[in-house]
Design a binder for this molecule. Structure first.
Ligand SMILES: C[S@@+](CC[C@H](N)C(=O)[O-])C[C@H]1O[C@@H](n2cnc3c(N)ncnc32)[C@H](O)[C@@H]1O
Ligand SMILES: [Zn+2]
Length: 287
């Protein structure tokens, strides 16, 4: 994110401490009227957390996630998301479509969604990604400097009410009252949740006969429906071949490996897998 981008998106920000408007000072800090001050990092992002947090999403994991996403594992997903945004949030009266990716990780999904939209349509898009993991945001700002990246908590988002036409929430926790607050009146929330077959080859190898080899997204979907009016649900199910190099990153990129026994991970790496299943549910909701 450059100083010019900060200027362009400055009217979206609100102070995470007092809720006040923010202005850019000396090209390197954003500051509210009460002098709460947040510096732009040299790498071009801003950290708007008001207290430090510990997260398990570390640099190694998110670098692996970046390699896997850029290898194309989620290409059908990002294509689908771009199509949904163009169909549901880019009306003739929308000059610039503003998209917030809440829990953006290392930023590749948002970057790819925007690229896919631009390939199909010449409308303008402003992308903003937030994540509580500084490591994720550092990778995002290194790889995709054209997008606005912030370290921030999605339960206390430092942006003003009604600033976004789209909130994306991909494989990340949700905060529905914040998402409602952030969306324009006819804005859309698109949430992506894993289906029961998501990465099932790894789940099998790590958790066979422990009861954890099965997963259902029923509760997550029900919670979405309690908070937003569901306008559509799509299931994406496909399988992609995995070579040895990618397998290592695939294992490192997923929280599934956090609870797995070391010997199961070693075994999986030794044995290898031919292909990996991607099973995702995409839910589109309105306020
Ligand atoms: C499984 S990762 C998904 C990241 C990215 N959307 C993707 O699909 O690659 C979950 C992400 O949620 C982020 N996250 C968890 N709690 C958060 C919070 N309270 N605020 C912002 N981000 C959060 C984590 O740091 C992590 O990057
Ligand atoms: Zn303030």
């Amino acid at each position: 994110m450059t100083t010019i981008q900060v200027k362009e998106s400055l009217n979206l920000f609100r102070c995470p401490l007092c809720g006040g408007r923010m202005r850019l000072v000396a090209g390197r800090s954003i500051v509210c009227a009460k002098n709460h001050c947040f510096d732009l990092a040299k790498r071009g992002y801003v950290n708007l957390l008001t207290s430090p947090v510990k997260t398990e999403y570390d640099k190694e994991m998110l670098e692996s996630r970046s390699i896997i996403i850029r290898s194309g594992l989620f290409e059908p997903l990002t294509g689908k998301l771009a199509g949904l945004i163009l169909d549901h949030a880019c009306g003739p009266h929308t000059d610039v479509t503003r998209i917030l990716d809440a829990g953006c990780g290392e930023g590749s999904h948002l970057a790819r969604v925007i690229q896919s939209m631009k390939n199909r349509n010449d409308g303008q898009v402003t992308g903003v990604g937030i994540d509580i993991s500084k490591e994720g945001i550092q990778i995002a700002s290194r790889e995709y400097p054209d997008i606005t990246w912030c370290v921030a908590d999605l339960a206390k988002v430092p942006f003003k009410d009604g600033g976004f036409h789209v909130v994306l929430n991909i494989l990340s926790p949700a905060n529905y009252s914040e998402f409602k607050r952030l969306l324009t009146g006819d804005g859309i929330l698109i949430k992506v949740v894993p289906g029961s077959g998501y990465l099932m080859e790894l789940r099998e190898l790590f958790y066979r006969s422990t009861g954890k080899e099965k997963y259902s997204n029923e509760r997550v979907v029900a919670h979405f429906e309690e908070n937003f009016n569901t306008a559509g649900t799509w299931d994406l199910l496909y399988s992609i071949p995995v070579d040895k190099h990618n397998l290592e990153h695939l294992i490192k990129m997923t929280p599934l490996s956090w609870g797995a026994a070391e010997k199961n991970i070693t075994e999986a790496l030794k044995k290898g897998i031919d292909s990996i299943t991607v099973d995702l549910t995409v839910i589109l909701g309105k306020k």
